[in-house]
Design a protein around this ligand. Sequence first.
Ligand SMILES: [Zn+2]
Ligand SMILES: [Zn+2]
Ligand SMILES: [Zn+2]
Length: 103
Amino acid sequence: MNPDQSRSVDTPATNPNGTAPHCEHLDVLKPVADQPGGCLACQATGDRWATLSVCLTCGWVACGDDSPNRHAKAHYEETDHPLTRSQEPGSPRRWCYVHERLV
Ligand SMILES: [Zn+2]
Ligand SMILES: [Zn+2]
Ligand SMILES: [Zn+2]
């Protein structure tokens, strides 16, 4: 028996066998409107970003962990808003900073 099942990291939260811990942060989300544009913190300093993440708690748009400044993570550390969604069209992956995994 090998308990280390190799599963895709972007498996959605629907887990039929119930092995992955449920992200309870998803349960308290309210719909928020995306703010158009880019990372305001980077724009203020003239920096660039690689990817953008949207905070699912308040709609704040910030640069993702692929970017030099990682303002999305800074937003989490400041506000305790744990969930972000990739702003890339077609791949709306949600990331929980508390669980440190896709949810
Ligand atoms: Zn979570
Ligand atoms: Zn930024
Ligand atoms: Zn937020």
